[in-house]
Write a protein that binds this ligand. Structure first.
Ligand SMILES: Nc1ncnc2c1ncn2[C@@H]1O[C@H](COP(=O)(O)OP(=O)(O)OP(=O)(O)O)[C@@H](O)[C@H]1O
Ligand SMILES: [Mg+2]
Length: 229
């Protein structure tokens, strides 16, 4: 997945949540494509952006002097991870609740504004990808959440586990044994023009007979050796 592109789309979707309280600035590094569950990672970014907007809105409400805040979204590569950082100029996370924010259903928001599931789901999603989700916060100044998704070798490991879990398209099947492959390949049969071959995907009668013969040959047990005299 192209993370920078996905983030831009998510920011458009989240616009109605932040447009009155904050400006958004992005600073993207060039990133390789990252193997991940696109929908889930978009959901994580969306929750972090909405949280950032809420933090700025809450700070404004508390201070009574509404001032447009800033949400900064950056990407970079660090220690074999693609890192997405989402910073806000909100009020920061009070010491007393820092340990609890990833707990399921922990929220400081009123009913209807938050269910407290965002960060807990985000944490599990990023962990399942072999990544990390952490934050740095300063009271009165704001908070930065960092999403780290593995690249390279680690990425290969995740790809294999996702394939095993059948969440992404399967790998190519292993090649057929040589006689079967030859017989199954209608392209090699040379009995028809390309157009006709394309229409007749099962192959011509001669080709099907050849396939059947090859299947029988490949699957039947070989005859016993002649008895020794
Ligand atoms: N950027 C932030 N600044 C300050 N506090 C935050 C920030 N992000 C999260 N929090 C705190 O962590 C709590 C949990 O966040 P989480 O995203 O899990 O739930 P929520 O936003 O309350 O509800 P939901 O995401 O389910 O709509 C929030 O209620 C808030 O108190
Ligand atoms: Mg949330």
């Amino acid at each position: 997945m192209d993370l920078n592109r996905a983030i831009n789309s998510t920011l458009i979707i989240a616009r109605s949540e932040y447009k009155y309280v904050a400006d958004v600035k992005t600073d993207f590094a060039e990133l390789p494509l990252v193997t991940c569950h696109g929908g889930q990672v978009n959901q994580v970014v969306l929750n972090l952006v909405v949280n950032a907007a809420h933090a700025i809105a809450d700070k404004n409400k508390a201070s009574g002097t509404p001032e447009k805040g800033l949400i900064t979204v950056t990407t970079r590569i660090e220690d074999g991870f693609a890192v997405i950082s989402i910073s806000d100029t909100g009020g920061g996370i009070p010491e007393a609740i820092r340990k609890r924010i990833f707990e399921p259903f922990f929220t400081t928001k009123e009913v209807g504004r938050g269910t407290g599931q965002g960060l807990s789901i985000a944490h599990s999603v990023i962990k399942a990808h072999g990544g990390k989700l952490d934050f740095v916060t300063e009271l009165g100044k704001g908070t930065t959440f960092n999403v780290r998704l593995p690249l390279g070798d680690a990425e290969q490991r995740i790809r294999r586990s996702l394939i095993a879990a059948n969440q992404v398209i399967r790998e190519k099947p292993p090649p057929l044994p040589e006689p079967l492959a030859a017989a199954r390949s209608h392209r090699r049969c040379g009995h028809h023009s390309n157009a006709r071959r394309a229409r007749n995907r099962r192959g011509c009668r001669r080709h099907r007979a050849a396939t059947r013969a090859a299947v029988t040959a490949a699957t039947s047990t070989p005859p016993p050796p002649p008895p020794a005299r």
